[in-house]
Design a protein around this ligand. Structure first.
Ligand SMILES: Nc1ncnc2c1ncn2[C@@H]1O[C@H](COP(=O)(O)OP(=O)(O)OP(=O)(O)O)[C@@H](O)[C@H]1O
Length: 456
């Protein structure tokens, strides 16, 4: 710690340089002085604006770096330099609107399979050819690579020196807009984006549900950017039609985008992802481990990724080789809570989106009307779409056989009495049917594979 104290600010500058894109580091940190005194890291800035900007935007990063440097209990203090000594900071807040793109998301690290091929091709072309006026709407369930691909496009272009890129999560966009609104500078915010942005990446616009003002501003911004032939990529959990509490004029603009869906990875792609993620960590998993994981991890890619990391961590803690036994132990732990099939996962995800609720709501003890209807819908779809037996459904949902029958009867009655509900449910079924069929076909394929004697 002593030597770090001695190196002081220069150590932190080096780390900031590593963590931040060059343009941001240059604008905000390269000219700054700092020092360590008592139990604080002092950073001197030229004015009040820089002070609040640093605190609002880089506090988390600086805290993390302090922690990483083992300076427990240290805090960072941003102070204004006495006027006479102020240096000129290349002040250009336009450049730093939005969020830093993580260098870990690249096209090279994106594993391509049937489920995401189109999205990958379009994004790669965008980086290669830098076409103007593209509007892409990327959607799909949680953990399927929307953020990864979007940021990879940003990274690909930044690498080629094309730095008029703005990346926002929808929450950032919302809070940024509010911040400027509160300061009475909303026009300045819009002007900044217009002036300095050739590629807008906006991640997770489903979070703007119910946020009427922000939706309106986004509509205006889209009109402007697309009129000016700028490129825009938006991501969301669902198609525009599926977005709830979304202004219809924004929805109609979203519909004008090139709509690309990211699907759940199939068996072969899961194998590819597992091999790739293991290789990135310097491991080559035995093929029986890859097969076993791919067969059993049928959720999203985030789940697959964390299982691979978990397996490697387990092996290295125990000082053992990665083997089937370890993989089995890991998955028993992961899946002890969830014994459902892939069809059930798909149905639950579909129902949650359909009713605009969360999985936690669905499994909560709450007796709210819409929640019990959502639970009944899950049962209905398991029975009529996935063709599960009543016994299986009872087992999957850990419910009494009679309860399952009761719920099925209730929802069937409702369907007979309520034409609008029947139509809505048909929509949901139409949407889910291809994925359920695919999951069932895959399951048959895998069973055949196992029967052919490949099981370890
Ligand atoms: N095709 C892929 N190849 C390699 N890694 C992937 C791929 N798709 C997703 N991942 C990894 O899975 C994790 C989750 O992906 P990401 O955050 O992009 O998903 P998302 O669709 O944006 O999820 P959410 O909607 O929950 O934000 C990330 O660590 C990402 O790198």
């Amino acid at each position: 710690m002593k030597s770090l104290k001695k190196k002081g600010w220069s150590y932190f500058k080096e780390r900031l340089k590593e963590e931040l894109p060059q343009s941001i580091y240059k604008v905000w940190f390269s000219e700054l002085n700092g020092f360590i005194k008592d139990a604080s890291l002092f950073i001197e800035v030229p004015n009040e604006f820089a002070k609040s900007w640093l605190k609002e935007n880089y506090e988390d990063l600086l805290q993390r770096l302090i922690k990483e440097a083992n300076l427990q209990g240290f805090e960072f203090v941003v102070t204004e330099k006495p006027k006479a000594e102020q240096m000129v900071i290349p002040y250009n807040p336009v450049e730093v609107i939005g969020r830093r793109i993580s260098p870990r998301y690249t096209l090279e690290d994106f594993v391509v399979g049937r489920c995401n091929e189109l999205a990958y091709k379009v994004c790669s072309q965008l980086v290669e050819n830098k076409p103007k006026g593209y509007f892409i709407y990327l959607y799909g369930n949680y953990g399927l690579g929307k953020t990864h691909l979007t940021q990879a496009v940003g990274n690909g272009l930044l690498k080629q020196g094309f730095n008029r890129v703005h990346y926002f999560t929808a929450q950032d966009f919302l809070s940024c807009l509010l911040k400027y609104l509160r300061a009475g500078q909303i026009e300045a915010f819009k002007e900044k984006i217009r002036e300095s942005c050739d590629l807008l990446l906006l991640d997770g616009i489903h979070f703007l549900s119910g946020k009427e003002y922000t939706q309106n501003e986004l509509s205006f911004l889209l009109d402007y950017l697309l009129d000016e032939r700028k490129t825009v990529i938006l991501t969301s959990i669902g198609s525009p039609q599926e977005l709830r509490d979304m202004d219809s004029s924004l929805k109609s603009r979203l519909n004008a985008g090139l709509m690309i869906r990211l699907n759940q990875p199939d068996f072969e792609t899961r194998k590819k992802i597992i091999r790739f993620k293991a290789r990135k960590e310097g491991y080559k998993f035995p093929s029986e481990v890859v097969d076993y994981l791919a067969r059993n991890l049928r959720g999203d890619i985030r789940q697959i990724e964390s299982a691979v990391i978990g397996l490697i961590a387990r092996a290295s803690f125990l000082k053992e080789q990665v083997c089937l036994q370890l993989a089995k132990e890991l998955l028993t732990e992961i899946s002890s809570e969830r014994e459902g099939s892939q069809e059930m996962d798909l149905i639950i995800e579909g129902v949650v989106k359909f009713y605009g609720i969360t999985k936690e709501d669905l499994f909560s003890p709450s007796r709210k009307k819409n929640l019990s209807l959502a639970r009944q819908t899950v049962i209905y779809l398991l029975r009529h779409l996935a063709k599960k037996s009543l016994k299986d459904i009872a087992q999957m949902l850990k419910k009494e056989h009679s309860t399952v029958i009761y719920h099925l009867k209730s929802i069937e009655k409702r369907l007979n009495q309520n034409q609008a509900f029947k139509l809505q449910l048909q929509f949901l079924i139409k949407d889910l049917a291809p994925e359920i069929e695919l999951a069932q076909a895959e399951c048959t394929e895998e069973n055949e594979y196992l029967e052919a004697g490949f099981e370890a």
